[in-house]
Design a protein around this ligand. Structure first.
Ligand SMILES: NC(=O)c1ccc[n+]([C@@H]2O[C@H](COP(=O)([O-])OP(=O)(O)OC[C@H]3O[C@@H](n4cnc5c(N)ncnc54)[C@H](OP(=O)(O)O)[C@@H]3O)[C@@H](O)[C@H]2O)c1
Length: 218
C-alpha cells in the first residue's frame, strides 16, 4: 500500500492525560515545544485530527507566522465518519485547504472551494478505514502526514501499525481523572501479547518538560 510517512505528535501530562477532565484543551507544552510543534506542522504536507478534537477544541490547525516565517500551511484533514464537522468550525476557515474524510454515503457539502469532502470505505467499527484514507492522501501528493490527536485517532493509527514516528511531549504537571482523555484511548489491547512496543530514538528537555521521540519496535 502506498501511504504517506506518518508522524504522531502529542503533548501529555506526567500522568498521560492530554486534556482537562471536561475534554476541553489546556496548554501542556512549554514555549519551546509550541515552537517545535509549529515548525513540525509546517514541514508536513498535511495535518490530521479526529472529529472529537474539532468538536472539543475547535482548532485552526494552521501554522502561526509568529513561529514560522512564510508558513506554507499544510492541508488540514479531519477524520469524520458521519460528517459532523460544524459549518462554523475554524478548521474550515480559508487560511488553508481542508479535507473532510468521511464514510461513503455520508458526504455533505461545505461552503468554499478550499474545502473538499471525500467518502472512503468504512473499517470494521464503521469508521473511516485508515489504510484507504492514507492511500487517497498519497494519491493527492501527501508524503508526510502529521497526526495531532485526539486519543481515539492516535490509538487507531498506532493499533494498525500506521505510525512511523511518535513525538510525546511530557509536561511537568498532573491532570488526573479516570475518564480524562489520554494519548491512546480507543479500546486498548486485550492481553500482554498485544502490547505495542516502542523504542526510544531521542530524549530532550524542552523548557520545563521532556520531548521523547519514539519509533514502533518492529
Ligand atoms: N494534548 C494534545 O496534544 C491534544 C491534541 C489533540 C486533541 N487533544 C484532546 O483530545 C480530545 C479529543 O480526542 P477524542 O479521542 O475525543 O477524539 P479524536 O481522536 O479527535 O476523534 C475521534 C473520532 O474520530 C472519528 N474517526 C473516524 N474514523 C476514525 C478512525 N478510523 N479511528 C479513530 N477515530 C475515527 C470518530 O468519530 P466518528 O465515528 O463520528 O467519525 C472518533 O470518535 C480532546 O479532549 C482534545 O482536547 C489533545
Amino acid at each position: 500500500m502506498n501511504r504517506p510517512y506518518v508522524i504522531v505528535n502529542c503533548a501529555m501530562s506526567a500522568d498521560g492525560k492530554i486534556a482537562l477532565p471536561t475534554r476541553k484543551q489546556l496548554r501542556i507544552s512549554s514555549d519551546e515545544d509550541i515552537e517545535r510543534m509549529y515548525n513540525l506542522r509546517n514541514e508536513c504536507d498535511a495535518v490530521l485530527v479526529g472529529i472529537g478534537a474539532v468538536l472539543s477544541d475547535d482548532p485552526k490547525l494552521t501554522v502561526k507566522e509568529k513561529y514560522v516565517r512564510n508558513p506554507k500551511q499544510p492541508l488540514r484533514v479531519v477524520l469524520d465518519s458521519k460528517c459532523r464537522t460544524p459549518g462554523s468550525a475554524l478548521v474550515l476557515n480559508d487560511v488553508a485547504k481542508t479535507l473532510i474524510v468521511t464514510v461513503q454515503g455520508n458526504e455533505k457539502h461545505f461552503d468554499g472551494d478550499h474545502v473538499e469532502v471525500v467518502g472512503i470505505k468504512n473499517d470494521d467499527e464503521g469508521r473511516v478505514d485508515l489504510e484507504s484514507m492514507l492511500n487517497v492522501l498519497h494519491r493527492k501528493g501527501i508524503r508526510k502526514l502529521l497526526v495531532e490527536g485526539g486519543g481515539t485517532a492516535i490509538w487507531s493509527f498506532l493499533r494498525r501499525g500506521l505510525v512511523d514516528d511518535l513525538y510525546v511531549y511530557i509536561g511537568s504537571c498532573i491532570i488526573g481523572g479516570k475518564n480524562t482523555p489520554t494519548l491512546a484511548d480507543g479500546i486498548g489491547i486485550k492481553s500482554e501479547d498485544d502490547l505495542l512496543p516502542l523504542k526510544i530514538v531521542d530524549v530532550n528537555r524542552l523548557g520545563d518538560g521532556i520531548l521523547v521521540h519514539y519509533k514502533p519496535k518492529l
